[in-house]
Design a protein around this ligand. Structure first.
Ligand code: SF4
Length: 474
């Protein structure tokens, strides 16, 4: 793996061996208490074999650093396994690259629309690597087990947070043990899919090793882009009906007493993580926080504003939930080095935002917060949805008007997609609002799967949205 030399390998492999024996899988102790390395070590070698324990290839079709893949990889590596990630667009011959690495397990992250793209590749790999196992995780397989019927391709799926489910799964496969009872895992049992109950979420994010950025930064495109993608938290204060988070909060927790879906890394951990990455990849000039909202905990933002400039000092952009943002938070973000925030406006109609999307953004918030952001010289961008079942063309034009009024520095405009991992998406399928025979590919900016008479206008408005917002008289 990139970034680890032989000296590190021996030293860290020893720690990894001790860690594996002690690991309770559900609530591992914070690594710094155990004196263990934060960066994922190179693979441990099995005492009786010349090879690492298992080789896990993550495959993704979007050229993006996925936080989930980074953390899964670091946990697997900490336990002695070897990991890599392959991005379709970054490989000259993707199929050959994965095959040449000779994985034991291929892991696929899938949202709705991304659950089938790898099937032909996997069939080809399985014909060459007879022992190969495959596991699908992420929002789609967490809510839809249909994939398991493709049993020539899919051996198992995972639901919810998969760090320790993946580890248990890989180690069961490696040892030839049955996988049917592993928490979070679903498999085919007696001809039908069976989802096992899930384990409690990882309560303390500081207990995890630092995310393994090496699997992505081996690619020059991601390494040289100067903007690092980082996450400080899991969860979100809001539960919007068009977003997976709403259902995750209900179905991605075990129900254990005191379990919390919204969690934030400590500021100390985050600064340490950043400096660990920067020591190996000093070219980054800015950070983009990919969290649902960096302002998930008000007190956290204030501590962050004290420590981040002194310990890391990189400017950053982040998402914010404007219904939980006040002027003090904006001042703290500015002091910390924030240069730009992004929030989901989604609809110009207050009724749609409040009653259908359950977003909690009143008109007062939507028109008030941008004034405060401008007052404190923070640029901002909005996210917007075109073509949801809640809106007609007039509502969508109202979204253009709302953006014209608050004057964001940029607008991202997506075409609504009925994800099966969302409350609204499930309703769409139930109410027969989805054109099931239409394949629109993985992009959410090109076309719509919804059955509606004004489809052409929706797609055109998405393309012309920014012209309408920014051209005088548009
Ligand atoms: S605020 Fe964003 S991340 Fe949170 S539930 Fe709504 S859409 Fe999802």
């Amino acid at each position: 793996m990139v970034g680890l030399d032989d000296g590190d390998t021996e030293h860290q492999a020893g720690h990894a061996t001790r860690r594996r024996r002690d690991c309770p899988r559900t609530h591992p102790e914070p690594l710094w208490y155990a004196g263990l390395p934060r960066s994922p070590p190179a693979p441990r070698r099995h005492p009786f074999q010349a090879l690492p324990l298992a080789r896990i290839a993550f495959i993704v079709t979007t050229c993006h650093e996925f936080e989930g893949v980074k953390v899964l990889s670091s946990v697997l590596r900490l336990h002695g396994h070897q990991t890599d990630c392959f991005i379709t667009s970054e490989e000259k011959d993707f199929r050959r690259a994965v095959l040449g690495w000779r994985p034991d397990v291929v892991a696929v992250y899938a949202t709705t629309g991304q659950e089938l793209w790898a099937h032909d590749h996997i069939r080809a790999w399985k014909s060459e690597l007879r022992h190969l196992k495959t596991v699908f995780g992420g929002p789609h397989p967490s809510h839809d087990l249909q994939l398991l019927y493709d049993d020539d391709v899919v051996d198992a799926t995972t639901k919810a947070e998969a760090e320790y489910a993946m580890l248990d799964l890989v180690e069961a496969w490696e040892a030839g043990r049955p996988i049917v009872d592993i928490p979070n895992v679903a498999t085919m049992v007696d001809g039908g899919p069976r989802q096992n109950p899930i384990r409690p979420v990882i309560g303390d994010l500081d207990s995890l090793p630092f995310p393994d950025v090496d699997v992505f930064y081996k690619y020059p495109f991601l390494r040289d882009k100067r903007v690092m993608q980082v996450h400080a938290s899991r969860g979100c204060q809001n539960s919007c009906t068009y977003c997976s988070v709403g259902l995750m909060k209900k179905t991605w927790i075990s129900g254990k007493r005191g379990e919390k879906f919204n969690r934030t890394k400590s500021v100390d951990y985050l600064c340490e993580e950043m400096n660990d990455i920067l020591a190996r990849y000093p070219g980054f000039r800015m950070v983009n926080f990919g969290d649902a909202a960096l302002n998930m905990e008000s007190g956290w933002v204030h501590e962050f504003s004290e420590k981040w400039p002194a310990r890391v000092g990189l400017p950053f952009a982040c998402n914010v939930n404007i219904n939980h943002l006040d002027e003090d938070d904006i001042i703290a973000l500015k002091r910390a080095g924030c240069v730009s925030v992004q929030f989901g406006l989604e609809s110009g109609s207050e009724e749609v935002r409040l009653k259908v999307y359950k977003k909690g953004y009143t008109d007062e918030i939507v028109y008030g917060i941008p004034k405060l952001l401008k007052k404190h010289k923070l640029t901002f961008r909005t996210n917007n949805i075109m073509g949801s079942p809640a809106e007609d063309l007039d509502d969508m034009i109202e979204t253009v008007r709302a953006n014209k009024r608050i004057k964001p520095n940029g607008c991202t405009v997506l075409i609504y997609r009925p994800f099966k991992s969302t409350v609204l998406g499930l309703e769409d399928y139930k109410m027969d609002r989805v054109d099931l025979g239409k394949d629109i590919g993985p992009s959410i900016q090109s076309d719509s799967m919804m059955k509606r008479d004004d489809l052409r206008e929706v797609v055109n408005l998405q393309k012309l949205f920014n012209v309408a917002v920014y051209l005088p008289g548009g």
